[in-house]
Write a protein that binds this ligand. Sequence first.
Ligand SMILES: [Zn+2]
Ligand SMILES: [Zn+2]
Length: 337
Amino acid sequence: MDPVEALRRVAYLLERERGETYRVKAYRTAAKALEELGPDVVAARAAAGTLTDVAGVGPKTAAVAAEALAGGTPAYVVELEGHAAPDDDLDDDARALLALIRGDCHTHSDWSDGGSPPLEMARACAELGHEWTVLTDHSPRLTVARGLTRERLEAQLDLVDRINSELAPFRYLTGIEVDILEDGRLDQDDDLLARLDVVVASVHSKLRAPSEAMTRRMLTAIANPHVDVLGHCTGRLVVGRGRPESEFESDLVIEACRQFDVALEINSRPERLDPPRRILRDAVDAGILLAIDTDAHAPGQLEWQGYGAARAVECGADPARIVTTWTADDLLAWTQG
Ligand SMILES: [Zn+2]
Ligand SMILES: [Zn+2]
């Protein structure tokens, strides 16, 4: 096993099982440090026992690299591969739906609050067998997440172009997770939103607003012609201290999604699992479009789609109405229509 690959695999497996961020970071940082040194220097340093002198490499990461260089699969990789995987508990129906999924409408990179560069995210998507994935970093106002200014988003579009030429036939689609501002407007320029393949719109602030204000805010966003997907609609968190759902008229939101051809996201993150089943069942009954997304902030989290697929099956969703089962061409015909 290549030492850089081994370190990245450890990070990936830790991300997949929701490992501590600092631990993931240690492995990603060490992988990057060794990649920059090049294989010859890494081998020489491993032989001399001086890998830990490299900035960003500690005893544990050096041990993984050394074991990989020695020719075997490092013990830590073997251990983590043996842990439970997100798909282990899926029933046959959820597995069947997961097998139909071709893409993911909601992923982040280290350009905003993700942990890995776009190229690594795109590669991981391609390795998972996805045909396409949308890169949706945050918008300017979400400063805690290093939301992208207009200029940075434009620069990212050029990068996505280059990644596409490298990874074809896999398609990395351009996008944004744009903040829905308090008055329902979107936190990015119209002309730029028009250029993007997919626009996911989400509420990230004033989650405790009264129902009437929140409903008006969401309806205004859904009616915006640039919006394709409504992200994690209730904003709830179901892990740790948790966060209650935002209050809004979900019937009106579902009706607006139907009217304006917007997909309601099934957010697969284990701490979100948003929307709750009762809203998802109503959405399925209304026959609106759905998107099973990971909202992945790291490569290993791209495997979480099974959690969303399980909920979709549980609530009786029709795979044909789930846009993440569509081909990239069908998806783009829809978002650009
Ligand atoms: Zn979000
Ligand atoms: Zn997100």
